[in-house]
Structures are given as C-alpha cells and as structure tokens.
Design a protein around this ligand. Structure first.
Ligand code: ZN
Length: 501
C-alpha cells in the first residue's frame, strides 16, 4: 500500500469514513497521483463539494500532478454547478490553464457555456459553442446550445435567440420541447407573430403533445392583445385546402387566419374527436404506407442484431406463410393485466374478444414466450385445447428460449399493419431505439389497451383522430397536453378559436 496516499487521505477526510474503506478506495490509494486525483474528484462530484475539489486542484498544481481532460472536466463541472462567484472565477481560470495543457472536448465546452450563462453572458456561451464547432471540429450537442439560447431568451433578445436556433438547424441539431418553448416564449414576449406561428408549427411537427408548461404559454399567447390583432379577415379557401392536403392533414401553414379575440379553453374531446368548445372535428393524420414499410425493415434489421438472427428469420418466414393478421396479441402482457400471475383464461378471453374485432372473424396472432407454454401438460383440458386450436389455426407463435418476445409481437403488428393488443406502453430501452419520429404515431393508431372490469375485459381502441397539435382550415388551433400512462385519464386539449360575432 502507498503510505503517502494514506496520509493524504487521513489529513483531509473525516475520520468516520476512514473505517469504511471499500475496494475502489483501496485501489485508488495504490494508484498513481493522477489516478488518485481522479478518484478524489469523483468523490467531490458525488458529494457536490466544489471547495474540496478546488483545494485538490491547487494541491495538484503544487505537486506537479499531470491533469487530463477528465480531471479538468470534473473540476469545471463542479465550478459550474456551484453557482457561486468563486466557482465562476476559478472555472475560467482553470479553463485557461486547461487550454494550454490538454485538448478540451464537448463536455468541456458545454460546461464552459454553462459558466458563461451563469455569468449572464450568453454571447460568450454562444461563442464557446462556435469555437467548439469551428475551432476544434467538435460537434456541439443539444445541451451545448442551451446556455446560449436560454441566456438570450432570458434577456428577451429574440433575434440573438433566433441566431442560435439557426445555427442549431444548420448543424443538424433538433430543438426539443424545452428549446422550442424558450423560443416561443421570447417570440410571444417580443410580439414576433410570424415566429410564434413557426414555433407552434415546429412543436406540432416534432413534439406533437405538449407539457403543462408549454400549454400555459400557448394559452398566454392566444389571450394576448397581439394575438387578437394578428390574422386576415378573408383568405383563399381553395389554397388553404390544397395546403392541408399537401401537408398530410391537420395543418396548413398558410399563416394566422381570422380576426379578433380568441376564445381559449381547456377541453376534453368526445369519442369521435369533436371539440366541445368550437364544434370542429379533429382529423386523423394518415401514415404513409411506405413509411411503415421502411420502418418494418429497419425494425427487422435491429431485431436480427439483437436477437438470434436465425430465430428471427424463421419467424419472418412463418409470418409470410401465415400472415398478414388483423391483430396481434402480446400474450404475456395480456395474461398479466391486473394479475400477479400469468392468467391463461384472461388471455383466452382477450383473444376471443379481439377475434370479434376482425372484419372476417379471424383469430389474432398470439405471441407467447416458450417459457409460458412450458408444463402445459399440467394445464386443464380446456386451456390445452385452446392452445392447440390456436396452433393449428396458424394463430400462435411461440418465441424460442432466450428470445425477447417484444421484438416478435412488435414486428408482427407493424409488418401486418394491424392492431396490437397490449398494455405495454413501449417506453423501455428497446423502444427507445426506435426513435420518436415514426413509432409514437404508429402506436397511437394501432395500440389497443385493455382494462379488467367486473363485467370482464374492456377494450380501449385507438382514437379515430390524431393526438397532435392541429391547425384547422378555419384557423383554429387544438393543442393536446401529455397524459401519463394511465390511459383511462381523459386528455386535456387547449382549444383556441376566434370568437364569432
Ligand atoms: Zn375547439
């Protein structure tokens, strides 16, 4: 054991921790000074202790301990999160030192941009991002732009904020709800009506359903005097209709239509999508079949990488032979709804009800993991017969041992372009791989959820309209808010339409 290291620890740590030395600590103590510093700085991050980190840094300088980019980043991060004058001052000092010793990376610049924002200097935060890109050839991430963007927005400097936005677009970084919200707020504040319009369209295109905060901001806008004054009294109806068709439905993008005060309400839509406030009907935005096909093929590629390739290919062949289906049932999930064991009777009842949804009374495809059908010789005869019947009808696929059946039911439903019966909200790691552009839209139109009631299973069909910000041909707006995973909670929409005279 490195004796010096021990002394070093004992001098500066509280004694109770001394007794609880764990493996990583013992390892760190036996490492080089640089390794030790790394370990101790890591501990400062964990404890959020910038003062101790700065002390370690000063000590390292005295002892000529070589610092690498990770050491510097940890130090800068602690300085930026301290939100103190000292953190600010020392952060910039450390950065200057760093630049002459090591090559900064994305994390370095992003942290420095945060420090600049804390200094109330968004211009500097933006310069740092540009320097990262143009000077060092490092691609800034979304988080790198946020300090500059939010700094300009906070100061109400709309044009500067649009400049950051433009730079992001130019560099292929997509603003998310937080950033679009900032841009919307600064635009509302500055009365930049064309920009407010643009942000609403961008929220529609990429975010679709908004948080409570954004919804409040949208309401604030429509209630403002500026919103009242914007728009046209008459417009070319044919042109607007054409624009709607061209855009795929649910928006036209022609600009603010109508005149006068807006009526702004929070409302729930009825089953068919008719708004109780303005009486307009929400539309269903179609999914381009080609988009579905492309998605199915990329899903297949992914599944073949993640699953045993031969198994998945075999499944695809099987689907070719027995599909397409009208519905796919995620057997394991359906058998577990409201049960803490796998309830085959519940699955059976769901399969029978799903069959009744099919125009040709066709059995849905049931996907079950091999583990679920194991030991079926011990099942009661009725259930064994049901399983046998599904199998013989080409309506059961048992996924092999070691497989993740999620890939199977999802692929089957997407390639069959059919309904998918599951209460799985499809948010875990696997589904995150599928991205946010196509998959949420597909899910909204194809997922059937079930609830268990006293009267039996209740089916919750996909809504006949799209849950996305909609701009009507008359110029009204409907903005859906996000809801949690409880699908029985009714969704709130913001309706904004002109008050009729
Ligand atoms: Zn309405």
């Amino acid at each position: 054991m490195d004796y010096n290291g021990l002394v070093y620890i004992t001098n500066h740590q509280q004694t109770p921790q001394l007794q609880m030395r764990n493996k990583s600590e013992i390892k760190a103590l036996s490492e080089s000074p640089s390794g030790k510093l790394s370990y101790l700085l890591g501990r400062c991050s964990k404890d959020n202790n910038p003062l101790e980190a700065l002390r370690l840094y000063d000590e390292a300088l005295v002892n000529n301990v070589p610092l690498n980019v990770e050491h510097y980043n940890k130090l800068l991060y602690l300085c930026s999160s301290s939100n103190t004058e000292l953190g600010l001052e020392r952060g910039f000092e450390i950065f200057r030192k760093m630049e002459s010793n090591v090559v900064p990376n994305e994390a370095t610049f992003t942290t420095m941009a945060r420090l600049a924002a804390f200094k109330d200097d968004p211009e500097m935060a933006f310069d740092l991002v540009k320097k990262m890109k143009e000077g060092c050839g490092i691609s800034p991430r979304l988080r790198s732009y946020v300090p500059a963007l939010s700094g300009f927005c906070k100061k109400g400097l709309a044009d500067k904020a649009y400049e950051v936005d433009g730079y992001m677009i130019e560099n292929g970084v997509m603003a998310e709800e937080g950033e679009l919200g900032l841009l919307l707020r600064v635009s509302v504040g500055a009365g930049r009506v064309e920009k407010v319009y643009e942000m609403l369209q961008r929220l529609r295109g990429s975010v679709r359903q908004v948080s409570e905060e954004t919804a409040g901001l949208v309401e604030e806008w429509f209630r403002s005097g500026v919103a009242e004054g914007v728009g046209v009294k008459s417009w070319d109806v044919g042109k607007v209709k054409d624009a709607v068709v061209e855009g795929g439905g649910g928006w036209h993008g022609v600009g603010w239509l109508g005149e006068g005060k807006w009526e702004v309400t929070r409302i729930e839509m009825d089953e068919s999508g008719v708004c109780g406030s303005c009486g307009e009907k929400l539309v269903s935005v179609d999914i381009d079949p080609l988009e579905t096909e492309n998605f199915a093929s990329s899903l297949s590629t992914l599944a073949c990488q993640r699953e045993t390739r031969a198994d998945f290919l075999q499944f695809q062949e099987w689907l070719q032979k027995h599909g397409p289906f009208d519905a796919v049932v995620d057997g394991a999930n359906v058998g577990h709804i409201k049960q803490n064991y796998f309830d085959f009777n519940q699955l059976k009842s769901a399969v029978n009800s799903t069959r009744r949804l099919s125009p040709s009374n066709r059995l849905p495809l049931v996907i079950l993991h091999s583990g679920r059908v194991k030991g079926q010789q011990n099942w009661n005869q009725k259930n064994r017969m049901a399983l046998q019947h599904w199998k013989e009808s080409g309506a059961l696929y048992v996924t092999p041992q070691g497989s993740n059946d999620d890939w199977y039911w999802l692929y089957a439903a997407i390639s069959s372009k059919c309904l998918l019966v599951t209460n799985d909200e499809m948010r875990d790691h696997l589904f995150e791989l599928l991205g946010t552009s196509f998959f949420p839209r597909w899910k909204e139109k194809h997922q059937v959820r079930l609830s268990v009631t006293r009267e039996g299973l209740k089916f919750h069909m996909p809504p006949p309209y799209s849950i996305v910000i909609q701009e009507s041909e008359k110029g009204s707006w409907h903005i859906p808010t996000v809801t949690g995973d409880d699908f029985e909670t009714r969704r709130q929409w913001v309706c904004a339409h002109r008050i009729k005279h």
